[in-house]
Design a protein. Structure first.
Length: 411
């Protein structure tokens, strides 16, 4: 039975260790990328599952994409799905009993983003009322303003000068006690912007940006912080640098490519974007077959991201120009229609073969979140980790709440 409560206290380390064991035991299933390989290493060992997945259509794969754990597939899929579901559950954080920002604060905020902000703000329960909000990587400061509506001072840090100016204008119009500052949060002087009176906030700050906040906020003695991480792969090294003692002593080593796995879930893309994505991937998979022939090397060759306009090209021209871009021999005339059809067939196979790997999206993400939670515990914080909204609103729907609680003594 999945745990319905947010994670805190000893359960943070207990869950981390269980996830660590699960990920280590099944690396052969989640590390290899079906897009890059014609045959996956695990297919011989799980032949029935592999054959079953390869027979399925692209529409079948799409239907199972967001909930692979519900798929009735041959063993060992069902057992892995049950374990994944149990280990990746972190219950919803309780809603705080506080007044929400007025709806006119939503002016200039995209609807989905405003809903994320409202859900995020509603989960901020702290033992001591925050004295000064600090919106990290603030953009125009929509999150900070949603919390500063009651008169609490607000500082917004943002790298883009245009967003700083626009944010200050919005805050001034609403007569808030807000200061928007131009700041590269990765620069050495970012540490000067934080002190113990601040309660830092970050809603979907990517990779190094939110890790930097955890490090600087704890060093500055900030009593509280609230962070919803995003884009774990946006790091400045090829390999992941663990934060906590538990992660540093784990045998699990993660590459930047591994860190993309939690981000492979798509819940918000429009139908047009999905069609373009599918066509692009089908063409790249067809070209992959062609480049293996042209090079005489049966191995994947990375290709650059191409403008959407390339999808308007005739498929033969697409292949010839991409071959030239990669400095490959010019391809001889062939049945281009048949090659493109093979690309679409490969796309169906790839998407279905990705489903076992998809069972590890949430476990790996929770492993990364718990690494951050345990790091904050080591810095003296009490930490709660749970969901702040439904995954349909954003797949990055987990929030870390950390607070240093001081106890006064009498007598």
């Amino acid at each position: 039975m999945p745990d319905a409560l947010p994670l805190s206290g000893p359960r943070l380390l207990e869950r981390f260790r269980a996830l660590d064991d699960f990920l280590l035991a099944h690396q052969d299933l989640w590390r290899p990328r079906p897009f890059n390989l014609l045959q996956l290493p695990w297919e011989a060992r799980h032949a029935e599952l592999a054959a079953w997945l390869r027979r399925r259509t692209l529409e079948d794969a799409e239907a199972a994409h967001n909930h692979p754990e519900q798929l009735a597939a041959p063993a060992p899929f069902d057992a892995l799905a049950a374990t994944s579901l149990a280990l990746s559950e972190a219950g919803a954080l309780p809603s705080a009993d506080q007044e929400q920002a007025p709806e006119h604060f939503a002016v200039d905020v995209p609807g989905r983003k405003w809903q994320q902000i409202r859900h995020f703000a509603s989960r901020l329960q702290f033992a001591t009322p925050p004295a000064h909000w600090l919106d990290w990587c603030a953009g125009k400061g929509h999150l900070g303003r949603a919390l500063a509506h009651d008169g609490t001072p607000l500082t917004c840090l943002e790298y883009d000068a245009g967003l700083v100016a626009a944010g200050q204008a919005l805050s001034d119009r609403l007569q808030l006690a807000a200061e928007h500052r131009l700041q590269d949060v990765l620069a050495a002087d970012a540490a000067d912007r934080l002190d113990a009176r601040h309660t830092p906030l970050a809603l979907h700050a990517c990779g190094e940006l939110h890790v930097r906040l955890l490090q600087l906020a704890s060093a500055a003695g900030c009593r509280q912080l609230a962070v919803a991480p995003c884009c774990y792969n946006r790091i400045d090294s090829e390999d992941y640098r663990p934060l906590s003692a538990a992660a540093r002593t784990s045998p699990l080593r993660l590459s930047r490519d591994d860190l993309r796995l939690p981000l492979s879930e798509t819940v918000t893309a429009s139908a047009r974007v999905r069609r373009q994505r599918d066509q692009s991937m089908a063409r790249r998979l067809a070209f992959d077959l062609l480049q293996r022939e042209l090079r005489g090397v049966d191995a994947y060759l990375p290709t650059p991201s191409l403008p959407v306009a390339w999808l308007q090209k005739d498929f033969a021209d697409y292949c010839r120009e991409l071959a030239a871009l990669k400095e490959l021999p010019a391809p001889a005339p062939r049945d281009w229609q048949a090659l493109e059809a093979r690309g679409w067939q490969r796309l169906a196979e790839v998407r279905n073969l990705e489903l076992p790997r998809a069972l590890f999206r949430r476990p790996l993400e929770l492993w990364l979140l718990l690494d951050r939670a345990l790091y904050l515990e080591e810095q003296g914080y009490q930490v709660r980790l749970g969901r702040f909204c439904a995954p349909q609103l954003t797949p990055r729907n987990h929030l870390l709440l950390a607070e240093r609680v001081t106890h006064s003594s009498c007598g």
